[in-house]
Design a protein. Structure first.
Length: 255
């Protein structure tokens, strides 16, 4: 009788162990999915609350920003704008459209270009602009001093961009810093061009205002993508485990 009792108890213990394992696995899966959901929603909330999308219609900022790209920009004050920043602005002397250009000069700077030099200089320092389009730019010689509280702006594709060079007769081609609404932090669309816009170091060493980074966009993007990946991974693994148990159960019944 003792031996028969032992035979009956072993399957019961095995079933209890299996049930406990399933509960633990389900709990872990739920926790991972919950964590993924928090990361994904939290990252999305940070981006939605801090950044505004803009669609760029022209190629004046290529290759940094291509026509049709949707960029994410964060609101800034005039004091937060530095050389090298890509900004969104609208100035009625340039037209009624919202535009995207790069700041190359701030109040007090002397910005110059000449054929003898062959590149842009700010306060006498040659600027190595690695972000420019390889296409040849327009040869417009100039040397201006940026008035206080104003900005000198150029596009990254100097061959096609209508920028401060096209408006030199009005306030030396500058715009009020107060006309800038936001600073571009990254590209949100199309999918293949999604990227964070890291700050350029081209203007470092000049002193004063320099380009800023993308802010919380990068960690928020990683949180959102990582959260979505956790949800998908936990769901797929949970499904595979359930399928494996079902197949094992069918095999036992067949025997």
């Amino acid at each position: 009788m003792v031996a028969m009792s032992s035979v009956v108890e072993r399957p019961a213990a095995a079933q209890a162990s299996t049930g406990a394992g399933r509960r633990v696995a389900g709990l872990v899966q739920g926790l991972v999915i919950g964590l993924g959901f928090v990361l994904m929603v939290g990252g999305f909330a940070v981006i939605a609350l801090n950044y505004r999308p803009y669609k760029v219609p022209t190629n004046s900022m290529s290759p940094t920003v291509n026509p049709g790209d949707t960029v994410l920009a964060r609101t800034v004050t005039p004091d937060e704008i530095g050389r090298g920043d890509i900004v969104v602005f609208r100035d009625l002397t340039w037209g009624t459209d919202t535009m995207v250009k790069r700041v190359v000069g701030v109040g007090g700077d002397t910005v110059a270009y000449g054929d003898s030099v062959g590149h842009l200089t700010v306060n006498g320092k040659p600027i190595q602009e690695g972000y420019l389009s390889p296409a040849p730019g327009l040869s417009v010689n100039f040397s201006i001093q940026v008035p206080a509280g104003r900005l000198f702006l150029l596009g990254d594709d100097r061959g096609v961009s209508l920028d401060s060079r096209s408006h030199l007769a009005v306030s030396a081609g500058t715009i009020p810093a107060t006309e800038v609404s936001s600073r571009v932090a990254g590209t949100a669309w199309p999918f293949g061009r999604m990227a964070v816009q890291h700050r350029t170091t081209a203007f470092d060493g000049l002193g004063g205002a320099v380009a800023s980074g993308p802010g919380p966009l990068e960690p928020a993007s990683y949180a959102m993508i990582g959260g979505a990946a956790l949800i998908v991974l936990a769901s797929v693994l949970g499904g595979l485990v359930s399928l494996g148990r079902w197949v094992a159960g069918r095999s036992r019944k067949a025997r």
